[in-house]
Design a protein around this ligand. Structure first.
Ligand code: ATP
Ligand code: MG
Ligand code: MG
Ligand code: MG
Length: 478
């Protein structure tokens, strides 16, 4: 079943059940806590909080999502994209747990001939929040699930919130058992690769404060009404229904891999290392184009930095596949062709999009060729001194003089079996920032639009990139 058919069935199912179809919001919403929209509920947040009356009691959407916090998983797990589409149904004080479970169950296990996805009910497992006996009883009654395929999990996995004060609630997740050849028995609490999470039902009822109930802190209050917020991963359902091995081989993503095969003369499926590179290229090409489509351009902070990192990882992966010519425009064309039936602006705006990727690729190619020489010398020096840690001063020089983002240095060093003295690098970055601040104060230069993101980088440091992407993953920068 093609991706567009999955989306159509999802929307039809919920429109028939009285939901108003609402278009995807942009990836960029005017929310200071969010770098990118990372869930379908984001555009509905004021309705959950009671800050604005919901214009409809029930809604359904297919939301563009970006989770750069998943970037290190891309190509390695079967299921993580940086860009994906989240199909959702929402109830604003209308139906609650029973309705959410019934709607999801009917669609997931409904006959192919009558508009469902046709999953074998005997392969479905669910998880519930550890104390949610009500949800357990409903799964038994509505879906007829046996006790052993309903697993309890604590807040870390089965309490959902945005990572910042706002709406939240216990959740219940639906998993599909891919079979014993894909991993260990025992359900999702044992193996999340064999048991693939396809859908999360959030029982949105609480208001969380500074501290998250995920970690056992009590919510600070209850929402004005009991609501439903769900998210189903379209690419994940596609990969199961298309009988392919992962989200990167689904109909809308795989064509980028094919293009990369043409360029490189190498075949996907021939080597595990190359396959990861092909998948990274396919994933990042899509997220890169979608992010540019929503108006972001590469820069050294905030959203622009995330975009820059994605585009540069494509170029590097292509190099590692032996490709020496420019590739980004060609990959962007494939993404446009696959995605424009749903997002026609990718076609009308393509001149701008391709200009952005071409300029970034050119800049990065120049950076790479000069910086790589310095990097190689530094690696050789480090090795010959018998050390396994690349000096922080070198990482700083690569950053400062050659424009190497620290994560690039970290990745390249790791490929050489070296780590990097990040403490020293951070110290040098901080010195430089203090100098820049003193300078700016002298010249009365104000911050531009990026103030908040700049503040984040200042607080957390550009060096602590993992910490930074995790913040992005949670959809929050504070
Ligand atoms: P996982 O545990 O696999 O990382 P999650 O629990 O973080 O997923 P949710 O926040 O519950 O995901 O999001 C709702 C749904 O969106 C998931 O059930 C999944 O189907 C889909 N989804 C989440 N993250 C991704 C991703 N990086 N790529 C593709 N689909 C995703
Ligand atoms: Mg996740
Ligand atoms: Mg999960
Ligand atoms: Mg989940």
């Amino acid at each position: 079943m093609q991706t567009h058919e999955i989306v159509r069935r999802f929307t039809d199912h919920f429109v028939k059940a009285g939901h108003t179809p609402v278009p995807s919001a942009s990836l960029i919403l005017d929310d200071p806590n969010l770098l990118f929209v990372n869930a379908g509920m984001v555009q509905f947040k004021p309705y959950f909080l009671g800050q604005a009356p919901a214009p409809y009691p029930r809604a359904t959407s297919i939301q563009k999502c970006v989770r750069t916090g998943d970037i290190d998983e891309v190509g390695k797990t079967t299921r993580h994209n940086t860009f994906f589409q989240m199909a959702g149904n929402f109830s604003f004080g209308d139906y609650f747990k029973a309705g959410a479970i019934e709607h999801a169950w009917n669609l997931v296990t409904g006959d192919l001939a009558s508009g469902g996805f046709g999953f074998d009910p005997d392969r479905i497992w669910v998880t519930v929040y550890e104390t949610d006996d009500e949800a357990i009883a409903l799964w038994k009654r509505i879906a007829g699930l046996p006790e052993e395929r309903i697993q309890r999990r604590d807040g870390k996995d089965n309490y959902w919130d945005m990572g910042v004060p706002g709406p939240g609630g216990p959740c219940s997740e639906i998993y599909y058992d891919r079979g014993p050849e894909f991993g260990r028995d025992g359900g999702p609490v044992v193996d999340e690769d064999r048991y693939l999470e396809i859908w999360n039902l959030v029982f949105m009822q609480d208001e969380r404060g500074e501290l998250s109930p995920k970690l056992g802190h009590p919510p600070i209050g209850t929402l004005p009404s009991k609501n439903i917020d769900t998210g189903m991963g379209v690419e994940r359902v596609a990969y199961l229904l298309q009988g392919v091995a992962n989200v990167y081989e689904t109909d809308l993503v795989r064509p980028v891999i094919a293009r990369a095969e043409d360029f490189s003369g190498r075949r996907y499926g021939a080597s595990a290392e190359d396959d990861t590179r092909f998948r990274v290229i396919a994933d990042h090409a899509r997220s890169g184009v979608m992010i540019i489509g929503d108006g972001v351009t590469p820069s050294n902070e905030g959203r622009g930095y995330v975009l820059r990192r994605l585009l540069r990882r494509i170029v590097r992966s292509a190099r590692l596949l032996g490709i020496t010519e420019p590739v980004l425009k060609a990959f962007a064309e494939v993404v446009r062709d696959e995605m424009s039936p749903t997002y026609p602006e990718l076609t009308t705006d393509f001149e701008r999009i391709s200009a952005v990727v071409e300029a970034e690729e050119e800049a990065f190619r120049a950076t790479l060729s000069s910086g790589t020489r310095i990097f190689d010398t530094a690696v050789a020096d480090t090795r010959s001194s018998g050390a396994l840690v690349l000096p922080g001063d070198k990482a700083f020089q690569l950053h400062d003089t050659y424009g190497f983002p620290i994560d690039l240095t970290l990745e390249m060093a790791a490929e050489q079996g070296l780590s990097v003295d990040q403490d020293r690098f951070t110290a040098l970055m901080q010195e430089q920032r203090s100098r820049a601040k003193a300078d700016a104060a002298k010249h009365k230069v104000g911050h531009g639009d990026g103030t908040i993101y700049r503040a984040v980088l200042d607080t957390h440091g550009t060096t602590d990139f993992l910490g930074y992407t995790e913040l992005v993953a949670e959809g929050t920068v504070v």
